[in-house]
Design a protein around this ligand. Structure first.
Ligand code: AMP
Ligand code: MG
Length: 272
């Protein structure tokens, strides 16, 4: 399947009302075949690596990948699988957890702008500024009026990044409530996964519907022409990885970063 066809299946048109209940996290129309998905992933990962090298050499643009999704949706796993072929020099991953005291003393975008990738880099946000309209909204951590203003502020901030040379790819990892149950149970039963289990995740699970609603508002208000959202069916990890890898590869390929022409010719030099 051509990456544009895949992309058209998952991209949220700007301004469109999104009902997550209508987005099947197990939908099989994109990558119905596991074998094909498992072949596509390493191919795309290697191509992403090659393109990253050119992006770095060109040093004039950046790519920002935003990964959002509820607990256990697979944000870490996506980073590990899709970008594992990239050299560590060109990729920078930033995880956004609970803000520190210093971060809280600034506006909520302060820490985000500081982590935006510099020219030549692929930056990956594991959670992002969107937590400030998701967990913050669901738990009432900021006044409703302030949160309401954030959607437009985020759109303006992202536009600013785009106009200054950063391409933004936003992936919402969409899983079902049953799948989350399964993954949380795995974390409890497998001792090597205990470290991933956070009892606080169960509180958020109790607010499943509130989170889904907050995600729907985010998708409707912050899917823009300059930085559209993609809702990735993520109940199957192999499908999630293949879709994200295919779109990332397609977008980077379209950016077509080029090795710069040197100001000299190899014949100008003799090495003694
Ligand atoms: P993890 O991704 O498992 O390391 O967890 C990070 C935690 O930090 C999650 O529970 C997020 O909801 C929380 N978090 C991230 N950003 C914010 C924020 N701006 N305000 C409050 N909590 C946040
Ligand atoms: Mg967690």
């Amino acid at each position: 399947m051509d990456w544009r066809t895949i992309d058209a299946c998952v991209r949220v048109d700007p301004g469109k009302t999104v009902k997550l209940a209508d987005h099947d996290p197990g939908r099989g129309d994109v990558f119905p075949d596991k074998k094909e998905a498992e072949k596509r992933l390493p191919f795309c990962a290697e191509e992403i690596n090659k393109l990253q090298d050119r992006l770095w050499a060109e040093r004039s643009r950046a790519l920002l990948i935003v990964l959002q999704g509820i607990d256990t949706s697979g944000k870490d796993g996506t980073v590990r699988s899709v970008f594992n072929a990239c050299g560590p020099l060109g990729v920078q991953v930033t995880g956004f957890g609970r803000p520190t005291e210093v971060e809280l003393a600034h506006d909520y975008l302060w820490r985000v702008h500081g982590a935006a990738p510099k020219k030549g880099m692929i930056g990956i946000f594991n959670r992002s500024h969107y937590e400030d309209v998701l967990v913050v909204k669901v738990h009432g951590l900021a006044p409703e009026k302030a949160i309401e203003q954030r959607y437009d502020q985020i759109n303006a901030f992202e536009k600013h990044l785009v106009e200054n040379g950063t391409t933004i790819l936003k992936f919402m990892l969409h899983i079902s409530k049953d799948e989350q149950k399964q993954r949380l149970e795995d974390r409890l039963s497998d001792s090597s996964k205990h470290w991933k289990f956070n009892p606080g995740d169960l509180d958020d699970r109790k607010r499943w519907d509130d989170f889904q609603k907050a995600y729907e508002i985010m998708l409707r208000r912050c899917s823009t022409e300059h930085a559209p959202w993609r809702v990735i069916p993520s109940d199957k990890k192999w499908r999630r990885n293949a879709i994200i890898a295919a779109i990332t590869h397609g977008v980077l390929d379209e950016m077509n970063p080029a090795y710069p022409d040197p100001t000299w010719k190899p014949g100008d030099f003799t090495i003694e």
